[in-house]
Design a protein around this ligand. Sequence first.
Ligand SMILES: [Zn+2]
Length: 895
Amino acid sequence: MRMRALILSSLLASGAAVAKEEGVPTGKLPADVAPLHYALHLTVDPRRDRFDGEARIRVRLAKASDHVWLHAQQMNIRAARVTDAAGATSDAQAVAHADGGVLEVRFAHRLAAQEVELAFDYDAPFNGQLEGVYKVKVGDDAYAVTQMEPVSARLAFPGFDEPRFKVPFDLALTVPVQDVAVANTRPLREEKSADAKWKTIAYATTPPLPTYLVAFAVGPWDVAEAAPIPPNAVRKSALPLRAIGPRGSKDKLAWALEVAPAIVKFYEDYTAQPYPFDKLDLLGAPDFSAGAMENAGLIIYRDAYLLTDAHSAADHYRSVFNIEAHEIAHQWYGDLVTVPWWDDIWLNEAYATWGQAKATSALRPEYHADLESLEARLYAMANDSLLSTRKIRQPILGRGDIETAFDSITYQKGAAVLAMFERWVGEDTFRKGMREYLASHAFGSGSSDDLIASLTQASGKGDAFAKGMRSFLDQPGVPLVRSELACNAGKATLKLAQSRYLPYGVLSKDAPRWGVPVCARFGRGGGSDAQCFLLERPEQQFDVAGSCPDWYLPNADARGYYRFDLAADDLGRLGAAAAKLSAPEQLVYADAVDSGFRRGSVSAGALLDAMPPLAGADMPQVATALLGRYEWIREHLADAATRPALDAWVTRLYAPRLVRLGWRRKDGEPGTDTAMRTRIAEFLAMVVRDPATRAELAKQGRAALALDGGGKPDLTRADADLLVTALKVTVQDGGEPAFDAAQGAFEADRDTTERYALLGALGATRDPALGARARDYGLSAAVQIGEMGRLYEAQADEPENRAALWQWLTQHFAAYRKRLPPFAQAWLPKTFSPGRCSVADADEMSAFLAPRAKDLIGGDRGLGQALEGIRQCGALREHVDRKALAEWVAAHAVK
Ligand SMILES: [Zn+2]
């Protein structure tokens, strides 16, 4: 409110005239003013509603001016001053422009080109959507936490809130004496106030940082200190290491601490650059909008993604490791070298995603990071098959483009493109280019073009490399490689053609052309070999070395970011040889069948026929590869007559394996068994609704919620890996008593992972009255902002709930939207998309959301993608031959 008053009064003065003259820079700030250094002193008491700040920014004016532009948002600036190079200080006028947080500082008179210091006294509210400086209450405890990326530092302090401005920060925090305060660097000094109620901590000057990597946290934190990470060939001094969590969480921080040193060393070896900051803190916040944030020297997580204990699911340990590997990778990729502008943000995220898989493969081979990345890449390909998808390097035209840049195209497609070009030039060559890039831009900025230049030089492949890589960055879509093998007199030739992969019914006038490194595996007798070809033209022919193969796979090692299309006999021969392929290659084969189905060229029967050979695979990702498509066929094509028969067929395919695996994790069992059990149990219980599977899970869920006696709820009574599904089944089948018990357990529980499981169970109820309670409950103060998505996603997963959920959204849109962090707003339409599969479904969603999309950051893009997905689904459903499916079902009836 104070901000509004400020805008109004200044416009009445002379603001309008200046704004008209020059234009308010709502995109990039002008190039003639640059910050050199920040000194920030913030007074933060998380029990209050606002915090106070003093900011002094040294600034270089490249030319004479009577004002400068910078950023500040929702801030009450009480005083602004400017001190010139000669030391003369005068008052300045701070004028807020635009909702995006552009601040104009007007000097009393024109200043010549020189270095000046801007000083601000201000206060600001703790933010209500988990950005800038926000607070979280847990019982009687209050915490202050920061999240600045991408453009929320302007809520915390006035500044030049763009990634290209990298300068040192000196931060001091005044906080209640009983609180723990942490920041990017080590504390240097601490002083108590005269009344002993406050302490002021001054932190070491940071290396050059962009505003979005500044971080601090204040509250009754538990701190677990580990032994410093010892020096090594790359780093000269020991590195202090700590993990920090909410009060009472100390014991749960041990595992995250234990794995950190090896991860740090892995990247030091790979990059030949020492860890860039003076300490490493891993902090788990009780509420957080993203998964984690790579602030320099102070990584902040959702606490669920940092804390572990003896009852954590196996999958949970794996994600804690993965996220830690991702965020630590960012300390080099993003923090040491930062992109100059948001259109290159893919570099940060693709690197960290690609680096994380590398570190995980090396340090935890049992996690099978290759399969995990491949599953994520296939998910990104589904997004990339929409005409409304983003390019990896999408022009940034506004806030919505910045927020929606953090999607699967940036992370997974970006990482896949790096991995594909790495496969083509070889790991050692690629590392050489990476090292050169990091070394020449350390503590500064590096763009896509800088990276491509370094890699191209190392590759020795000249312009073909640069052109190939750019073709994936600067145009959207997944290449479809049509491949034909011809054999003549024992010599084989491969004809490759490229186009854009488009699902059934989607037409595009564009004819994009990529530089695709196509590596193919050729099988002969018991062995096989891989050969790579660069497909640059629409169609090209290549000689295959060696004799005519028995079978071939046009994506050796599954490293290519493309789909392929084979003649039916070649696909058949490949299917027959599937056992000779590596697990990732088997997954790529399954995707070829699935993507063929989505293009309308593989029948439902052929897709179902491909399932049994995969169902017995050792790797859970392979064994369950086609279950998502099965679910689609079951929901959108089957009817009351065919559905039971299909379910009986698929249950016979998977249930025996689940029974053999048993209903609890065994001591020392391989992680693949655990993941197999979790995936199959969830599929049979939630999709097929198999009564036998549900009965077993309900036993565990009822014990966990103490529904049949046994004192208080205790979620550790259920198998940790099956907990989420067991609770859902229990609430769905247990009626109001089970719902009440889950709600009571949720309110008493401080463990975020358990709270997520309980919220999912509340959301999953299929009872209309309980569903109504669940929906309203999600907006209550009992449910934190960062966790409410669990409830609504679980609601939308159950077909019985969808109509009521939609009705509810139309009545509660404003309240729901108000709780969504900026990151999450664009994807609101997607949360309400499950089950929608026709033009009418798309029209209904559009009629309500299109007029409201502008109230959501990135809403137009999110809605556009959701609607296109719904229409694609409808087109495919119309196309698939139901009669043929009925015939297939009749022929495969379980007797
Ligand atoms: Zn990241």
